[in-house]
Design a protein around this ligand. Structure first.
Ligand SMILES: NC(=O)c1ccc[n+]([C@@H]2O[C@H](COP(=O)([O-])OP(=O)(O)OC[C@H]3O[C@@H](n4cnc5c(N)ncnc54)[C@H](O)[C@@H]3O)[C@@H](O)[C@H]2O)c1
Length: 427
């Protein structure tokens, strides 16, 4: 009996539920209420798709990274990078936010040749503003001493690596300086010099393309060769001997510029090209054959200052802190270049010898030697373009900068521990 009563109650409840459902459906169908509900759902879906935080995450590549990796010769490298991209994409799709610990702080910058003269001063400036800096250097002409004051700083890394071999690093900016700069060094192994300029630059441009980094090439005033136009403007194509003893450097840098422009035009890599004129300052290699370092070291050692040819050939000399400022402005700016970065103040070799005598030893003698092959007669930058587009011009005069270099050289030549630490600051 009890069981039958339960069954009847259940049937009644079921009928009541059906009645309610029918009533609700009839209510929805009346006065086009269903249409309004559907339109409401559609609007909500659209708004969610447009304003969802995950949809605003975009990964910036100058080319399709996956297809590029497919073509990569190193399959394990490609696999690593692909899984990193997939990881990144999946992070975006989960909540649209990068976990706090992975947020980027400061720029990640690689400086090839960062243990050299110019590179180490550039590294000092980048570190001072809080960037994460990776120095890549094979120590051919550079040394650990130039950057060891950053050892132990978590923002600094030093990698012994030859740029002729590829390297994979996740960075935002690439300052590509790796290349011996003085004739003594670049003529030592000319085939290696041209390889560094061509293969090394190709590798670093490939890296820039792969990770979407901005790339700055430190080219040289040597691309103008023995110029037939004076002062040299960026539009001048130069007068270079393609088969001379300096060609490994001059033609190497010209090819490096070509490669940079082709990666820019063909693969959308953001490139910057600086054509650097003679630069001097603390941490230059002693006895590297460059005229300022030669004169300073000779005067300090009480040796005669060697002047090649008649000493009437001219050069312009830029203090290293001015150059570093120019390189950073170029990297941060919107212009590809090339830009001449140099000091337009022009000195003959004999005038320079006089300034060195005044600064170090008024009794220093001058000795004349036959001129070296392909030594350009005149060199003076026209820096109108850098002034207008980068708002840059050198600030340190030769007579101001030279004593700072002399202080550093004196310390290294004589090991004078009482001298203060070297600095590129002019203050
Ligand atoms: N100093 C100047 O007056 C001047 C003028 C024109 C252009 N530049 C350019 O500026 C850049 C820096 O010049 P610098 O005066 O500091 O010269 P540098 O010789 O002091 O520095 C060059 C650095 O590159 C490193 N290097 C060389 N070959 C390498 C390779 N294959 N792989 C990795 N590292 C390598 C060296 O060990 C060194 O640390 C160079 O590209 C040079 O051509 C300099």
């Amino acid at each position: 009996m009890g069981y039958r009563r339960d069954e009847m109650e259940q049937a009644e409840a079921h009928q009541a539920y059906n009645r309610k459902a029918m009533k609700a459906i009839r209510y929805m169908l009346r006065e086009q209420r269903l249409v309004f509900v559907l339109v409401g759902i559609a609007i909500a879906t659209l708004a969610f798709t447009l304003f969802s935080p995950s949809s605003s995450i975009r990964i910036q590549y100058n080319s399709d990274p996956l297809s590029e990796m497919r073509s990569s010769s190193s399959s394990s490298l490609a696999q690593q990078s692909r899984s990193r991209i997939e990881e990144y994409i999946s992070m975006g799709s989960v909540g649209g936010r990068i976990p706090l610990g992975l947020k980027r702080k400061g720029l990640r910058v690689v400086v090839t040749g960062g243990a050299g003269f110019v590179g180490s001063h550039l590294v000092d400036r980048l570190m001072a503003r809080g960037d994460k800096v990776i120095v890549v250097d094979n120590f051919f002409t550079g040394s650990k001493e130039n950057v060891m004051h950053h050892f132990g700083n978590p923002n600094f890394e030093l990698i012994r690596h030859d740029v002729v071999e590829p390297i994979l690093l996740e960075v935002d900016h690439i300052y590509h300086l790796a290349c011996p700069a003085s004739p003594v060094h670049y003529k030592f192994n000319p085939v290696k010099t041209i390889k560094t300029n061509v293969v090394g630059t190709l590798n670093m441009l490939g890296l820039a393309k792969r990770v979407g980094a901005r790339f700055l090439l430190t080219s040289t005033s040597e691309v103008y060769g023995d110029p037939l136009q004076h002062p040299q403007v960026e539009t001048y194509w130069g007068n270079v001997n393609p088969i001379g003893v300096r060609s490994c450097y001059d033609e190497g840098k010209r090819t490096a510029e070509t490669l940079a422009m082709d990666y820019h035009r063909g693969a959308n890599v953001e490139v910057r090209i600086a054509r650097i004129f003679n630069t001097y300052g603390p941490r230059m290699c002693i006895d590297d054959g460059r005229v300022v370092s030669n004169f300073v070291a000779q005067a300090l050692r009480k040796e005669p200052l060697t002047v090649y040819g008649d000493g009437k050939q001219t050069r312009s000399f830029q203090f290293v802190s001015d150059l570093v400022e120019g390189l950073m402005r170029l990297m941060e700016g919107e212009h590809v270049g090339p830009f001449n970065l140099g000091n337009p103040g022009e000195f003959t070799m004999l005038e320079l010898a006089k300034v060195v005598q005044e600064t170090i030893d008024p009794n220093a003698k001058i000795e004349f030697r036959p001129n070296t092959e392909d030594d350009p007669h005149k060199r003076k930058p026209d820096i109108t373009k850098a002034k207008e587009l980068l708002g840059w011009e050198p600030k340190v005069a030769l007579r101001q900068g030279l004593p700072l270099m002399v202080k550093d050289f004196r310390q290294r030549v004589f090991g004078d521990q009482n001298q203060e630490a070297t600095s590129s600051s002019t203050e």
